[in-house]
Design a protein around this ligand. Sequence first.
Ligand SMILES: [Fe+2]
Length: 224
Amino acid sequence: MNDLSDPSCSDCQRRRFLRNAMLGSAALFTTSGAFAEALTKTPAQAEGPFYPDKLPLDTDNDLILINDKITPAVGEITHFHGTVRDIKGNPVRNAVVEIWEADSEGNYIHTKSRGNGKLDGNFQGYGRFLTGMTGEYYFRTIKPVPYTRRTPHIHLAVSVGEKNLLTTQAYIKGYKQNEDDFLLNKAPKDLQHLLMVDYQPLPGSKTGELSGKFDIVIGLTPED
Ligand SMILES: [Fe+2]
């Protein structure tokens, strides 16, 4: 039986995090649909060349552990989460959120990805999550690291049914290299803050885990 107060219990930390996320979502319920003005859509970003060319066998939302392996991925463990909303502020349910990300050495789950040479075989590199009524999604992954020519980022794609509604990238707020990143700078300057994640220590974590919130706004109709 797991003890939620045991800091060494990563499963407990995950559940504690989810419980806290749920508490936060109660407030969202009262405001959903109540946004007076249309929200700004999350800017799209290039898909890049490394969307997995062959999906891993494990595609769940925990990228730190592959299947029933016990060795975790190398990196700063991050609870990466947010809410998918439409431009009216309504949570979007049944949205599939996919993320893909380089491991701590800059390697993607892609046959052409070279990174820094050493592959972290314990990093899943890709995951997906189906949103429920609250529109929330959640991944456990690593804080992204820089690799050749790119500032750190996590790739995301959001689809509903067969339709891909957004492909973008989430960056680290305040990261120096952001200023010169050729892909980030394809987004208008005044909208780039919508692509930033403020990585903060996870409350209650004794192992230095982080929390990163990335809320997503998508257009559901061509008019949006
Ligand atoms: Fe990338």
